[in-house]
Design a protein around this ligand. Sequence first.
Ligand code: NDP
Length: 243
Amino acid sequence: MSILNGKVVVITGASSGIGEATARLLASLGVHVVIGARRTERLEALASDIQSDGGSVVVQQLDVTELTQMEAIMEVAQSRFGRVDAVINNAGVMPLSSMEALKIEEWNRMIDVNIRGVLHGIATGLPLMKKQGFGHFINIASIGAYEVTPTAAVYCATKYAVRAITDGLRQETAGQGIRVTLVSPGVTESELAESITDHEAKEMMKEYRRTTLPAMTIARAIVYALEQPEYVDVSELVIKPAM
Ligand code: NDP
């Protein structure tokens, strides 16, 4: 039996890609998964798969840019299971474009979902974890948190921000029973590139995303961090295709 059996994990952006794969894997290990995203029909379909495999899952509609909705998903987890062992701040968008395209609405959306969304996860999860005396934040950044590429300036800026926030949170919570992990995937199979509206960026991405990792690879990295004994904090994981 997995050490994670019976734990309670909240996952944002669980309706596709990495969040969905992580929900499936955690549920198969006996974790109660509380899954949030905007597309509830996708969440319901995932929940029904998990339940038919004997897993435990709760669906909650969630827009991470709305603090009240993040509060609601934490409350649901708390009232159903009485605890939150981990929060996976995974929801993200990546509408890439060059700066000169001035897609200001898309810049703002990336800032809102990728940065503000993670902060909302921390703002609602941290008081809970401090009260419990335990908890684990897993924040999903990207290889774009370490290196900027053309058309990805704003996306990378949001992921640099996630990395900085995660590092600060780790330092401030050290010694309080709260663990903090940054998971940075390389190119991974998902729906992420579908949000690109810019023609130039879309073409570049076709080449860039030719070799992808299965989303389950990232789910396994998340499980690795969660499965460590309480005295181990896996600070950062960077996962890239081997070729
Ligand atoms: P997907 O597009 O497949 O998944 C993104 C998820 O985020 C969806 O479930 C989507 O659900 C959710 N989401 C988007 N906006 C919101 C919102 N406002 N509120 C709540 N949920 C939202 O892509 P990935 O699985 O690849 O992305 C997961 C994370 O991994 C992201 O943070 C991404 O930046 C990161 N990443 C991905 C890489 C890759 O190559 N795939 C590489 C590096 C990092 P819905 O639309 O239903 O709300």
